[in-house]
Design a protein around this ligand. Structure first.
Ligand SMILES: [Zn+2]
Length: 282
């Protein structure tokens, strides 16, 4: 937990999964990336589904929702989804919270490993918002992309993760950078997908930046370590260059949504330009 201004901020573990290491590290060769992160017999690397919980006296804000529980066995096997250690429900309960307490859900983007937990199947099989009292937020450009993805990224955008939010009238679309709540700034990245929003929470003394898929793990800190999944890898490269320079200069705490090694870190840029993380617990 860290306190920034009026906000108590916690990392919330919602599950574990695994993605293909080659796809996660783009042009970086396996002998190089496999020294940095555990890899299984099917070439997949360990990953977390780590959301952010932001609370003040008025609001309980959840940032991203993990994969959720709506997919079939083949899906969970392919991505080695594992809820034996963590679930969103258990992690909220550890803070004395239930799904009913969430007032706001900020979705960084609608990829299934971020928005899958936003909806659930009710007892009678209907798809409904998981958090009955929450307003949900996403960038309009990401929603429009999710509704018409390309063949290359269609598997990442599953309509049942967001259409039920639209049908229930609880999805608010945002158009560009904004201060969504006092001192909680949403920034925009276009390299990973169209309209990815990251969060910067600051009281001028302490700044926490939730990287989402701009820097999914601490292993992705070196600038050229860009995911093969990214639609526009050279845009990601420039976005990382800018964000990591600000983070190093102003000693931001970077929070990593998918990192199996650490939840958050501060960074320094060394002579080769590579960022060296110092773990921070959240
Ligand atoms: Zn993504």
């Amino acid at each position: 937990m860290i306190q920034i201004g009026p906000y108590q901020i916690d990392a919330l573990e919602t599950g574990e999964f695994a993605l293909d290491g080659g796809a996660m590290f783009g042009v970086v060769p396996k002998p190089v990336w496999s020294r940095k992160i555990p890899v299984d017999a099917e070439n997949r690397i360990d990953m977390r589904l780590r959301c952010l919980l932001i609370r003040n006296k008025d609001r309980v804000v959840l940032v991203d929702t993990g994969i959720g529980h709506k997919e079939d066995e083949n899906f969970y096997t392919m991505f080695r989804v594992d809820y034996s250690r963590f679930t969103l429900e258990k992690s909220l309960a550890a803070h004395g919270l239930t799904f009913n307490d969430i007032t706001d859900v900020i979705l960084t983007h609608l990829h299934f490993d971020h928005a899958g937990g936003a909806t659930q199947r009710s007892a009678d099989g209907k798809l409904i918002p998981t958090f009955p009292n929450a307003k949900y937020y996403v960038q309009i450009s990401n929603l429009q992309w999710a509704e018409h993805p390309t063949e290359r990224d269609r598997a990442s955008y599953i309509p049942h993760n967001f259409v039920p939010l639209q049908e229930a009238g609880v999805l608010t679309t945002l158009d560009g950078v904004t201060e969504i709540f006092t001192d909680i700034h949403l920034e925009l990245c276009e390299g990973h997908t169209t309209g990815l929003q990251t969060l910067r929470i600051t009281d001028q003394k302490t700044t926490l930046y939730y990287c989402a898929d701009l820097v999914p793990t601490s292993v992705h800190l070196p600038l050229p370590w860009v995911m093969g999944y990214d639609l526009r890898p050279l845009v990601t490269l420039e976005e990382k260059r800018e964000v990591l320079a600000r983070a190093a200069k102003d000693k931001w705490i970077l929070a990593f949504e998918h990192c199996p090694l650490m939840a958050a870190a501060t960074i320094e840029l060394n002579s080769k330009g590579y960022a060296v993380p110092t773990a921070v617990s959240l």
